[in-house]
Design a protein around this ligand. Structure first.
Ligand code: JCF
Length: 675
């Protein structure tokens, strides 16, 4: 058919088209993707590249010309009066600067172009039509031209106005088509999946699938129970609104009571947009919803019209995608690790994959129930997710890739390290090795004891602890303080210099706060937060060690489970002996936690805005040191609101409640008064 084109190229194009058709059906129609979004993106980019290089190969039914797959039959469909296009993707700063150059070339100008930038939500695109201020229909994007009518489902979303607010000129536009992204936030997603697990229903793989599945319910009563949210980002046809820029559009929508994202930057240069991408990337984990990138749009609507669109996407916008957080790979093996408290944790060994720039070779499987629920087998192809600093997890198995050779994994009946029988306690998902002299537990306990938040002993890392335990030089963490230079020097890769360094680090660690000391003991359910509460409440180790169970349970922030665990730890003779041995070896607990009467005793503070000379966290510490308390929200009990630059809604609330509003200097004065 095509002359002079390498048959390998033709073959590859056909392959990519078929694969993309298939995967877009899985994704858009079935909500059950078989590959990661990034793999899909890569195939699409490859196909776009090939079609650009070999224009003869273009075809009217290529997936690069369409924006998704046709809708399901069960809903009525409706045509979008203006097609809902998707966005072109960029993956690097270079892609974004190239986009800026394309825009300038398209407009035949060298002038600086101004943009708006907003987080790109990972949800379902919809279009809502308002006539004279009343919502009359809502539809999904569908294939970009026709979507499914999901009006009654969209009406269940609380942030969707049924009737618009009166705009600037006190009247509603006669017609307004608004477009937005329906999504489920992180908290809502967790709650939804927890409740599905409780009801023995399969959990959703990710918030996007949960949102899509919820919107496509034929029974809107089901939809109403789902924590759907929406952010609007643009318009279709509109009458009676006088708009010049995308920023104007968003402002007008806001005035009409239509929800827009609060993290939008307007009228910025392409360099500022790239800076903002970095900033968003860092704050991504803190946002209450998942985002998969940032959308950059030419701000001027006149310039947008001049640029127009290709059949696929507008030329005036681009999505700058974040590095993927999900990838597919293979489970090579499943290994069982024994933790500090004896819990047996299955860990999957994966064929190494890069996720978000980090190579991942392992994923936690949590416990046996989790493996059964997800039906993970050795040899399976799986979707792996890495979110922020969290340990990588397997989202689901791609069952269509099974060959039949996969092996079902069973948890062992004996501890893989010490061989003693494992037990499963009532109400617990984890199996446990309960032999406290199990070497695996000993190693983990000592590693924890020496770790950063605990005794923070420089140089006493995981490898060294393992060697020392294996050589019978360490058995309990109290033994750390009895280590001698001779013993250390004889270890692998250890000269007398490093041995001396470690010994001096051990010496230095001996002065420690009570809360770190408590945390270091590795009592079950006592993390750094609870350790802090215990230190503050009891002030002294002896008092904590002799606390009665009801005394422990009466503490705010300490529940019955924690109280029981602490009571049991200090009730055991061998633990008391070890604690004694630590103290006898010269460890000094620094006076801490005894609540002194300070200048701010009994006063309740709330902090808002950016302080000029200290961070809010530092301010909190200073206030607490002076005996005051800092809470997160303004109420009648608040004594002072400390307001920095660009204060939030807390300021309005404080004003409304008549709470004293002070600045940083006044706070400092309060703290030194009466000294
Ligand atoms: O958040 C989104 N997923 C999103 C999608 C945001 C936007 O501003 C979009 C979009 C798709 C198309 N804008 C267009 C034009």
């Amino acid at each position: 058919m095509q002359k002079n084109i390498d048959p390998e190229v033709i073959k590859r194009v056909t392959q990519l088209r078929e694969a993309l058709h298939h995967h877009s059906y899985r994704y858009y129609v079935l909500d059950d993707p078989e590959i990661s979004d990034s793999e899909y993106d890569r195939m699409m980019q490859e196909l776009i590249r090939l079609e650009t290089n070999y224009p003869d190969l273009s075809s009217p039914d290529s997936p690069t010309l369409r924006v998704g797959a046709p809708p399901l039959d069960k809903f009525e469909t409706i045509e979008h009066s203006i097609p809902m296009l998707s966005l072109d993707n960029g993956f690097s700063d270079a892609d974004i600067f190239e986009f800026d150059l394309r825009v300038k070339r398209g407009l035949d100008t060298d002038d600086t172009i101004f943009y708006t930038a907003e987080p790109k939500l990972d949800g379902v695109a919809v279009e809502l039509v308002y006539e004279n201020g009343r919502l009359i229909s809502a539809s999904t994007r569908g294939d970009g031209f026709r979507g499914e009518l999901i009006t009654s489902n969209v009406r269940t979303i609380r942030s969707v106005p049924m009737v618009l607010e009166k705009g600037k000129d006190r009247k509603n536009p006669s017609l307004l088509e608004v477009r937005g992204e329906v999504f489920i936030g992180k908290k809502g997603f967790k709650r939804l999946n927890d409740s599905r697990l409780d009801q023995n229903l399969p959990p959703f793989a990710n918030p996007r699938n949960a949102a899509a599945g919820s919107l496509r319910q034929l029974d809107s009563k089901v939809t109403a129970k789902r924590p759907l949210e929406i952010f609007f980002y643009g318009i279709g046809r509109v009458a009676d609104l006088d708009l010049e820029s995308h920023g104007d559009t968003l402002q007008a929508l806001k005035e009409l009571g239509i929800r827009i994202n609060s993290n939008i930057r307007t009228k910025i240069t392409i360099e500022e947009a790239v800076d903002y991408y970095r900033d968003l990337g860092e704050r991504r984990n803190l946002l209450p919803y998942d985002i998969d990138g940032m959308v950059i749009k030419v701000d001027s609507l006149r310039l947008q019209r001049l640029l127009g669109a290709t059949s696929r996407s507008p030329r005036w916008a681009i999505a700058y995608k974040f590095k993927a957080s999900q990838e597919t790979t293979q489970v090579l093996d499943i290994e069982v690790q024994v933790g500090r408290t004896g819990a047996l944790t299955p860990v999957a060994h994966l064929f190494p994959v890069k996720i978000g720039g980090v190579t991942v070779g392992r994923a936690t499987l949590h416990n046996e129930d989790e493996i059964r629920r997800k039906d993970i087998r050795i040899g399976d192809t799986v979707l792996v997710q890495r979110a922020g600093d969290v340990i990588p997890e397997i989202v689901k198995v791609i069952t269509s890739k099974r060959s039949g050779e996969e092996r079902i994994f069973k948890m062992p009946l004996n501890c893989p390290v010490c061989g003693s029988p494992v037990i499963r306690a009532q109400d617990e998902a984890a199996l446990r090795c309960i032999d406290i002299s199990c070497l695996a537990q000993i190693k983990q306990r000592i590693k924890h004891f020496a770790s950063k938040g605990a005794f923070d002993i420089d140089g006493l890392g995981d490898k060294l602890v393992e060697q020392l335990v294996d050589k019978d030089l360490l058995f309990s963490y109290a033994d750390i303080f009895r280590l001698k230079e001779d013993a250390l020097k004889n270890l692998e890769r250890m000269g007398s210099k490093s041995a001396a360094n470690i010994l001096s680090a051990i010496e230095e660690s001996k002065r420690i706060t009570l809360s770190r000391f408590i945390y270091a003991l590795g009592i079950r359910h006592v993390g750094d937060h609870v350790a802090g509460i215990l230190a503050k409440t009891f002030g002294r180790l002896e008092i904590l060690m002799s606390a009665a169970p009801d005394e422990l349970e009466a503490i705010e922030g300490v529940g019955p489970v924690v109280a029981e665990s602490v009571g049991r730890f200090f009730g055991a003779d061998e633990n008391r002996k070890i604690v004694d041995a630590i103290i006898t070896s010269g460890v000094q607990i620094l006076g801490e936690g005894v609540q002194e009467e300070g200048t701010l005793s009994g006063k309740v503070f709330v902090l808002t805005g950016t302080l000029a000379t200290i961070t809010r966290d530092e301010a909190r510490k200073l206030i607490e040191k002076a005996g005051g308390k800092v809470t997160g929200s303004v109420s009648r009990n608040t004594d002072y609101l400390v307001a920095g630059a660009s204060p939030g809604s807390k300021l309005k609330r404080a004003e409304a409640l008549g709470v004293d509003i002070i600045d940083e200097q006044t706070l400092m004065k309060l703290m030194i008064e009466d000294r």
